[in-house]
Design a protein around this ligand. Structure first.
Ligand SMILES: NC(=O)c1ccc[n+]([C@@H]2O[C@H](COP(=O)([O-])OP(=O)(O)OC[C@H]3O[C@@H](n4cnc5c(N)ncnc54)[C@H](OP(=O)(O)O)[C@@H]3O)[C@@H](O)[C@H]2O)c1
Length: 277
């Protein structure tokens, strides 16, 4: 199975599972946890969540999904920017640990940049790491200039989670090479365009049609996985989607496929501001 290597040498699956929009409706929680468990069975053992998602509800769904299976899972959660420093960080992390029903989070990310200086956040993350509450830390929605601002602390940053899909290729110009140069994976969020217009695009449909029973979403996921140093985290509550997404790992896009996708979704020619959802 394809994997990505973190700066500390830890291997994580290149294809994981997102959880945004899970935990929002009590009636759906059992099915959402079952979808995540199916994903674990199929090897998508990296799970991405955040204190923001359903205001903790998604972390509770994750807890249900991983109960009794903690050792199999690489668990990623994120802290709100307004909580990313000082005592508020300790408290937010404790709340996440409690909701997730775990002793430690494998990778804890700053969700996006807020008003707290990045240096304070990095210092707080290191304190949480020293206390064993988190195993490593990273960031999300930070562009090259923000990462550079981390200075020496950048060496301890394990990942940058950013919007990356065929529709949003801006990071290929500078952020992706920057992270690769530091052996720091990029985690691609919304890789299937949130199930929207991307999946109806004629180019994806044409490429999918060339691969027998493949679907446009599988092409979109395989495309994010085509290059080293990228971890893709599609979210799926529908078990059919979970199975299709896991199978996307076996879809090998040809040079002709990639050329067709490049023509439909041109790579960036110049710096683009990092897009975020
Ligand atoms: N750091 C950040 O700021 C940030 C921002 C956005 C997202 N994220 C993370 O990245 C994860 C993924 O991004 P996302 O949830 O925004 O969007 P996404 O994964 O691109 O799309 C999820 C949507 O696509 C549908 N879908 C999934 N697999 C499919 C398939 N094979 N065929 C057709 N439709 C499919 C899902 O439907 P069903 O659920 O019905 O299966 C859901 O509606 C999030 O869940 C979250 O963990 C992080």
């Amino acid at each position: 199975m394809a994997s990505a290597r973190l700066p500390d040498g830890t291997e994580v699956p290149a294809l994981g599972q997102g959880t945004w929009r899970m935990g929002e409706r009590g009636a759906d929680r059992r099915a959402e946890a079952a979808a995540l468990r199916l994903g674990l069975d199929l090897g998508m053992t990296l799970i991405d969540t955040a204190e923001m998602y359903a205001e903790g509800g998604a972390e509770e769904v994750v807890a249900e999904a991983i109960a009794g299976r903690r050792e199999e899972v690489f668990l990623v959660s994120k802290v709100y920017p307004q909580n990313a420093g000082g005592r508020r960080l300790d408290a937010a992390c404790e709340r996440s640990l409690k909701r997730l029903r775990v002793d430690t989070i494998d990778l804890y990310l700053l969700h996006w940049r807020g008003n707290i200086p990045l240096a304070d956040t990095a210092e707080g993350f290191e304190r949480m790491r020293g206390a064993g509450k988190i195993r490593r830390w990273g960031v999300s929605n930070l562009d090259v200039d923000d990462l550079e601002e981390l200075g020496a602390a950048l060496a301890d940053c394990a990942a940058d989670q950013v919007l990356y899909s065929l529709e949003n290729r801006g990071i290929e110009h500078d952020l992706l090479p920057f992270c690769r140069g530091r052996k720091m994976p990029v985690m691609a969020y919304s890789p299937v365009g949130q199930g929207g217009a991307l999946l109806r695009h004629p180019a994806l449909r044409a490429v999918a049609a060339r691969h027998g029973g493949a679907t446009p979403a599988q092409v979109a996921i395989a495309w994010t996985l085509r290059a080293p140093g990228v971890v893709s985290i599609p979210k799926a509550s529908d078990p059919k989607h979970v199975r299709l997404n896991a199978a996307a790992r076996d879809l090998r896009l040809t040079d002709a496929d990639l050329a067709e996708l490049d023509a439909a979704f041109p790579p960036p020619k110049r710096k683009q501001r990092l897009a975020m959802l």
